[in-house]
Design a protein around this ligand. Structure first.
Ligand SMILES: NC(=O)c1ccc[n+]([C@@H]2O[C@H](COP(=O)([O-])OP(=O)(O)OC[C@H]3O[C@@H](n4cnc5c(N)ncnc54)[C@H](OP(=O)(O)O)[C@@H]3O)[C@@H](O)[C@H]2O)c1
Length: 313
């Protein structure tokens, strides 16, 4: 099968498309025919972009200190169950699924085997029916991050919520989730994305690149920072001071991404009922994985970047 291998940490050019042996599922695994994967902020970090030491060290302890322990990287997948091991109960051949591979990685390939039970090696659920495989990759990654931070914030109907970084994979879904839970939502993004963030349902938008935006800051019950601790601005620092007396500020980097298939199921329901539509900025073929990583590394994608995996048979 075709797969993208990464045998050393480094720039996007370390990624190579190769022919490798197709995996077969163990008795507690499913084999997924991958139709789409993604290039996420996490894939960039895993491949080897520069990370502060406090983030780099814990991650490399798990994925490999000097080079990736799993040469096929890739964290997100959407596809169809091709075959199942004899202990599998939740899935059958032909099911369309989406999920995160966690420390198992391996999504940059035509096939990947995963366990059906949640662990740090991934979580899997039936894919939302009304969206493409490419959109499902944005739903899995951005959706899990967004739902985790929204649940942590215990968002209440009528609350004033500010979402900092409203144009990224998780920000675009966080806006829609906050609206679904009945909040009055302000989205923060750059000039080019103001209209886009409004179109996702934000009641107000603030441009973090403009000095005069500081005057637009109000008091918020909840501030959700969906870009993480490595991205900031003067506006973000000022927002932190604009909490109501009981207000909470939560960063997406405050805890680990929880790989919970239950949340994937919840996201599927919300997507299938039309409350949430994942945003996909660009779609590349697997053969252009280097270009896709180069684009995502610039840090300005709008929603997700998906990779289509074509199969010869
Ligand atoms: N806790 C965990 O275990 C865990 C796991 C995975 C990811 N994460 C965190 O989640 C973060 C978000 O991931 P993601 O995929 O949703 O992000 P993303 O899609 O990569 O974010 C891209 C967006 O960030 C915006 N942006 C860039 N610089 C900004 C700034 N200074 N202020 C505000 N917005 C800015 C860009 O908009 P403009 O073009 O308008 O600037 C762009 O639309 C990651 O960076 C990582 O820190 C945490």
């Amino acid at each position: 099968m075709k797969a993208v291998v990464c045998t050393k940490y480094g720039p996007p050019e370390v990624l190579q498309l190769k022919e490798v042996k197709k995996p077969s599922p163990k008795q507690d695994e499913v084999c997924i025919k991958v139709y789409a994967t993604a290039v996420t902020a996490s894939d960039i970090f895993i491949r080897g972009s520069q990370l502060p030491i406090q983030f780099l060290l814990p991650m490399r302890l798990f994925i490999g200190l000097t080079k990736p322990r799993k040469s096929i990287i890739g964290l997100v997948l959407a596809g169809e169950i091709e075959s199942v091991g004899k202990d599998i109960k939740r899935f059958k051949a032909g099911d369309q699924v989406y999920g995160i591979t966690g420390f198992g990685l391996g999504a940059y390939a035509e096939y990947n085997c995963m366990k059906e039970v949640d662990s740090t090696y991934g979580c899997l659920a039936l894919k939302p029916a009304k969206i493409s495989y490419e959109e499902a990759t944005a739903a899995a990654y951005g959706g899990l991050l967004a739902l985790q931070i929204i649940e942590k914030g215990k968002i209440q109907c009528g609350q004033k919520v500010l979402i900092y970084g409203a144009s990224g994979t998780s920000g675009t879904i966080a806006i829609q989730l906050a609206k679904y839970f009945g909040a009055a939502v302000t989205g923060v993004c750059s000039t080019n994305n103001l209209g886009f963030v409004k179109s996702l349902g934000a009641d107000k938008v603030i441009d973090y690149t403009k000095e005069d935006s500081l005057n637009s800051i109000e008091h918020y019950d909840l501030i959700l920072d969906t870009v993480g601790k490595m991205k900031s601005s003067k506006l973000k620092e000022e927002c932190k001071k604009a909490l109501s007396s009981e207000g909470k500020y939560i960063s997406i980097d405050d805890g680990k991404l929880e790989l919970q298939s239950e949340r994937l199921v919840k996201l599927k329901e919300l997507i299938d009922s039309g409350y949430i539509k994942p945003a996909v900025d660009r779609i590349y073929p697997l053969e252009q994985i280097v270009e896709a990583h180069q684009y995502v590394e610039q840090g300005h994608k709008r929603g997700g970047v998906a990779i289509t995996v074509e199969h010869s048979n």
